[in-house]
Write a protein that binds this ligand. Sequence first.
Ligand code: COA
Ligand code: AMP
Length: 624
Amino acid sequence: MDYHSEFRRSIAQPTDFWREQAEQIEWIEPPKTIWTPTDNGHGQWFPDGVLNSSYVALDANILAGRGDQTALIYDSPVTSTKRAYTYQELTDAVALFAGALTARGISKGDRVIIYMPMIPEAVIAMLGCARIGAIHSVVFGGFASHELAVRIDDAKPKALITASCGIEINRVIEYKPLVDKAIEQADHKPDSCIVYQRPQANAELHPGRDFDWNESVAAATPADPVPVKSTDPLYILYTSGTTGKPKGVVRDNGGHAVALTYSMKLVYDANPGDVYWAASDVGWVVGHSYIVYGPLFAGCTTILYEGKPVKTPDAGAFWRVVQDHGVNLLFTAPTAFRAVRKEDPEADHLSRYDVSSLKRIFLAGERLDPPTYDWLNEHTNLPILDHWWQTETGWAICCNPVGIEMMKTKPGSATVPSPGFNVQVVGMNGRQMPAGEQGQIAVKLPLPPGCLLTVWGDDARFQKSYLEPIPGYYSSGDGGFIDDDGYVFIMGRTDDVINVAGHRLSTGEMEEVVASHPAIAECCVVGAHDDLKGQVPVGLVLIKDGATIDHDELEDELVEMVREKIGAIACFRRAIVVDRLPKTRSGKILRRVIRQIADGERYTVPSTIDDPAILDEISEHFRG
Ligand code: COA
Ligand code: AMP
């Protein structure tokens, strides 16, 4: 089968197409119905199928004879640790932890928040929840207490699982005080908190609420996989939207297992026994899909890396991991290789290692800039494959479908739509744009399996954010175009979401924090170009009449507030005091123009602008 025939079939006969894909996974009760429409046109995949995602990821591999194969390798340069688990060992550990959760009264449908660093216990916790049908919600360890509290109040978890600390470059970050503060701030209080004590920090446990991981596991009996409906939620993963409140993307069990299994072949051409490494974090969707679930569904060995591309200890870290574990497929964000290239422009470190096991390098999470693509291509001589996806879709909307047919790559393009995604470019009037012309990238409904079911607790927000903007389509929030050959080019977000080092953040959320400073009358935060991180946020602030504060002092306070409320990961380091903000006559801040000025790009003075002279003032500020 070539790509074009497979793609056409997936769109013309989606039910037959996905029925065949569904046969590739182990169901408890295989679905008889493949897709049913719902009132909103979104539909549901495999509604009468019954399965257990931890069974598909673990037990099914043991039954297939892979019990002694390595399932997970933990490689942690920050603690000088390496540890491997076979499929049998990982299954036993997950079953036991699932038993510990059951002992804490957690059962099917309960939510469990996981706030953990990149240690095997994070994976065990996720799969342990899946085993008993509990819904996990992993919160990235770089988020501050306030962000954790917001997620606690939204997901209303019965339990929270954490570790005593995370380890950044030369710095131990104690997690427990952050968790305690978050629980204190939140209105909802979890019944229990299970804490994994790491040697680098000892967490204080609150009697009656907090339980030691090791003690809980020692007292537990292994739990069997609990059958769940295909459409039951497997997890909630919060992602930034345009407002201060993050959106809880809800993923189902059945569609997710089918889609990820298909994607492992289609996108990565991964086979059982391959060593697959997604250098990301379990707190992001890449970590969910391609550190935990996808590689295990496909019978691969997955790598959990607790370190950075540079400084742990040097820019050869990625090549060292490839050599040590015989990595075949590597997936990371372009920013990681920008960091490597900055420190090792001639790729001297690469020649110190044997990376002959490596077949392909995959990049996603942000635009793959041509210099990074060229550098990787030149130095590794491997296929460098860009693919485009989002937390909402859980797998690639566009990719180079190497599992079917390796297509020619075009710099700047994420290649072609994955089978199942009917990608279109739509103009302001809702009509399809001709080839080569830019518009909003949208996917004609229905979306394929694996994509979000809804926004947790707020289906109206799901409708409003994704389905209402372009009736009949899923609205991606990204802009771009499709060329004459059907290649898709993603040009960036059309909303107030920015991408900092492959991390998706909301400028709206940062504005809320900045605006809460007592001296600030008005503000706006835009994403400005950054050579390393792709984008970094920059604030423009107006001081209240009568407020007297030194500008440097104000900047320091605002930077600290964003770190405290959102987290260091926001990389908010610059706040410029201005006399006024450029606005339309109706009072809307012209964020796009401000961003263009920040990046030194040419811009057109909008006809709706209130006072064009402000733009020169803003330029002065950026140049200064
Ligand atoms: N817990 C606590 N703090 C964290 C954290 C975590 N899990 N992850 C990052 N931080 C902190 C960092 O310590 C840093 O704090 P600082 O401002 O006090 O130095 C801040 O958040 C910013 O972190 P980061 O974006 O990692 O910047 P960096 O300068 O330390 O490293 C890169 C730059 C490019 C090496 C790094 O961003 C990277 O590895 N990116 C890969 C991105 C990625 O995997 N994306 C996932 C999508 S595929
Ligand atoms: P996230 O939900 O955190 O994975 O972020 C998704 C967003 O990252 C998308 O909406 C895009 O804006 C951006 N993105 C992801 N992959 C790519 C890519 N390959 N090229 C360009 N932008 C990308």
